[in-house]
Design a protein around this ligand. Structure first.
Ligand SMILES: Nc1ncnc2c1ncn2[C@@H]1O[C@H](COP(=O)(O)OP(=O)(O)OP(=O)(O)O)[C@@H](O)[C@H]1O
Length: 255
């Protein structure tokens, strides 16, 4: 092979994207009241990467996450999860895709109060009639440190422990991607740090792809990469971010 051919060959170590959005636009309303919440966003998320989406209020973070997760339609563009173009699927197909291939973590934990921690963790697999991988369950419970809390109801758990249950629930089915929407928004800084460390560890140890929306530069600093939105456009990104670097970019974007 010539030197030139070697130079232009694709990097075999570069993982193909798990999720990719291509020229994504979303317009709410029409005419004078139309709001372009996403404006030609093209972005990729590779396997095992932990990515934070940041930007000023109203910049389109939630709209982007909802579009990536098949929770909302787009005006134009495509969203791929693996080879599947979400923008071509009907509602029922999207429901199954979200159930079988995506994990979700919300600010408000969303645990069922009458079920124990363990029952909450196992519930999505039961609903989907999926066999539970016992080794993965044990590993995840260890990683999130819930061994002693499995029989407790959510009301008997701290906020941080409840969110760890939600993290374990999201990770158990080995989804192709986990979307976390302000996962530390309801937690004190110590519990928040624990949950973020679990997310970072699961990206590294379980090769889990994670995409997180956050307002918090410290939370974003746990990610491998931060992408920044402004006025619905992807305007910047930082790799291996420090909280200071993220804050600095945000301040510039808000200016
Ligand atoms: N259902 C809707 N109808 C009309 N406009 C909407 C709707 N949802 C969002 N928008 C507008 O789209 C833009 C992007 O909103 P989005 O919620 O995605 O921003 P965000 O970055 O998540 O904001 P925040 O940080 O405040 O949560 C905003 O101008 C918002 O007002």
């Amino acid at each position: 092979m010539s030197e030139h051919a070697t130079a232009i060959a694709p990097d075999p170590t570069a993982a193909p994207p798990v999720v990719s959005a291509h020229q994504l636009s979303k317009v709410y309303g029409s005419g004078d009241s139309a709001v372009r919440a996403l404006d030609n966003v093209t972005v990729e998320f590779t396997r095992g990467a932990f990515t934070a989406i940041m930007g000023p209020s109203g910049s389109g973070k939630s709209t982007l996450m909802h579009a990536l997760a098949g929770l909302d339609t787009v005006t134009s563009g495509t969203v791929h999860l693996g080879r599947t173009d979400l923008t071509q699927l009907k509602d029922k197909q999207l429901t199954l895709l979200r159930r079988d291939r995506i994990g979700f973590i919300f600010q408000s934990f969303n645990l069922l109060p009458m079920l124990t921690a363990q029952q909450n963790i196992l519930l999505p697999a039961q609903i989907a009639k999926r066999d539970t991988d016992q080794a993965r369950l044990d590993h995840i419970i260890n990683v999130v440190g819930l061994q002693d809390r499995l029989d407790h109801l959510p009301s008997k758990l701290s906020g941080g422990q409840q969110q760890r249950v939600a993290v374990a629930r999201a990770l158990l089915g080995a989804p192709e991607v986990v979307y976390a929407d302000e996962p530390t928004g309801n937690l004190d800084s110590r519990s928040g740090a624990e949950v973020l460390a679990f997310l970072r560890d699961s990206a590294r140890e379980l090769n889990q792809t994670i995409v997180m929306v956050t307002h918090d530069p410290v939370a974003a600093s746990y990610a491998d990469r931060v992408v920044f939105l402004r006025d619905g456009r992807l305007v910047d990104e930082v790799h291996a971010p420090s909280a200071e670097a993220v804050l600095d970019r945000l301040v510039k974007l808000e200016a």
